[in-house]
Design a protein around this ligand. Structure first.
Ligand code: PLP
Length: 423
């Protein structure tokens, strides 16, 4: 009998993974699937970043464990200029994706992690893998599932003695919500009163539908906010696997701990990728324009979807950034329950089997399993073609979506058909 670490063995494949695998299998069989499940940037990586990668392809050296100095300096400048964050380059760390850096941070901190309902799938399993503790803080549709300072404060009052670490993600996966300065300032007050460490996941910062970048809680609570970011979303380079984190004053005593952890695990991020990342974070005007155009496209697509779904009384978060929104069928709960469907996972499977629509159940995002909310990712289109068309035309309406984002158009139509078939 081979013994296995039970914390790891108890990790279950998420419903997300199962739905995605089902979509792949159905597509391989030649079926048309309207895939609102997968959240990867559809846009091309900017040519200047690709060129930098090519130019450095022969570099076969191990680089410094925490990353190239010049890259860390470039990111410090990027954070200041393009994200409004003051960071010290000495305390910026490069890792193979922000996911790994979040994980190493979770391993290092002996805290109870606070996760707002409506957060990324991986935080919980990462904490479970070390047998750590986390609690879900309640949020509601009426403010786009954003954590309020009152909820945070009430939790802290009831649990005064724990060392707490809040995981805050804005723009948010799965809700598409962006916290305002005012909301972050109020949260910061509670965090300071209660000495909370904040893991601020800002991987979608510049994919913001109204501003160049999204507000950061580090502006109001610089001393204990760790900021995470990377190439994956903003620069459409998830497969490059490069992320960064910026360690604040009160946590800089962990510098050597991170260095040791990195050197004992992944050693250093791939050398050519680090050089390519320098080009990305320099953020030349053309890269900046591309990010702006891509955000405008995502805004147009998301607004079309929200409009169409709200017309038939489907609940919807207001999309403000990232690639996602949450939609809900709770107004139709009775009819759905009479079909023998009681959970979001059951309904996700039903929609895939009967309407060829793939949505992710909210139970993977820390909702109760009976809450009929789903994550809808609106990136199932050819980003290169859509970007070209947008640049020629610059208005995104139903005709544009029908022509260039036919899977989105068709999928929304299917969801509406499902609602009509209920009544
Ligand atoms: C909210 C959130 N945080 C972090 C990540 C991880 O990104 P990376 O590719 O930098 O590991 C993702 C990727 O899906 C994400 O959606």
């Amino acid at each position: 009998m081979i013994k296995v670490n039970q914390n790891i063995q108890n990790l279950k494949p998420s419903a997300t993974l199962a739905i995605n695998q089902k979509v792949v299998a159905l597509r391989e069989k030649g079926e048309t699937i309207f895939h609102f499940g997968f959240g990867q940037s559809p846009f091309p990586i900017h040519q200047s970043i690709v060129n930098a990668l090519k130019d450095n392809a022969t570099n076969n050296h191990y680089l410094p464990t925490i990353g190239l100095d010049v890259l860390r300096n470039t990111i410090a400048k990027f954070l200041e200029k393009h994200q409004g964050i003051k960071a010290e380059s000495d305390f910026i760390y490069i890792g193979p994706g922000s996911k790994e850096l979040l994980y190493q941070t979770i391993l290092i901190l002996d805290s109870t992690f606070l996760i707002p309902k409506g957060s990324w799938v991986s935080y919980g399993p990462q904490i479970n893998s070390k047998n750590g503790d986390y609690v879900i803080l309640e949020t509601s549709l009426k403010n786009n599932f954003k954590l309020t300072s009152d909820t945070l404060s009430a939790y802290c009052e009831a649990n005064p003695n724990l060392q707490k670490a809040l995981i805050l993600n804005s723009p948010n996966n799965p809700t598409g919500a962006v916290y305002t300065d005012e909301e972050l300032e109020q949260l910061a007050v509670v965090c300071r009163e209660n000495d909370i460490i904040v893991l601020s996941d800002e991987i979608y910062s510049q994919i913001n539908f109204n501003e160049d970048f999204s507000p950061s809680i580090s502006k109001f609570y610089p001393e204990k906010t760790i900021v995470f970011g990377g190439l994956s979303k903003v620069f459409s380079a998830g497969g490059y696997r490069l992320g960064f984190m910026s360690l604040p004053k009160d946590l800089q005593f962990l510098h050597n701990t991170y260095r040791s952890m990195f050197s004992e695990t992944f050693s250093a991020v791939s050398s050519p990728i680090q050089f390519a990342a320098i080009e990305a974070f320099k953020m030349n005007d053309d890269i900046k324009k591309q990010i702006k155009d891509c955000s405008a496209i995502l805004k147009g697509v998301s607004q079309y979807i929200a409009l169409k779904l709200k017309e038939v009384n489907i609940e919807c978060t207001e999309p403000q950034g990232a690639f996602y929104m949450m939609i809900g069928f709770n107004n139709f709960k009775e009819q759905i329950n009479t079909m023998g469907i009681n959970t979001s996972t059951q309904l996700a499977n039903y929609l895939l089997d009967n309407f060829s629509v793939a949505l992710l159940p909210s139970s993977d995002f820390y909702f109760q399993k009976e809450e009929l909310f789903f994550r809808l990712a609106f990136v199932d289109f050819n980003g290169e073609e859509v970007l070209r068309a947008y640049r020629n035309n610059s208005s995104i309406d139903a005709n544009f979506i029908k022509k260039f984002c036919s899977n989105i158009f068709g999928g929304i139509d299917k969801i509406i058909k499902f609602i009509k078939h209920l009544s």
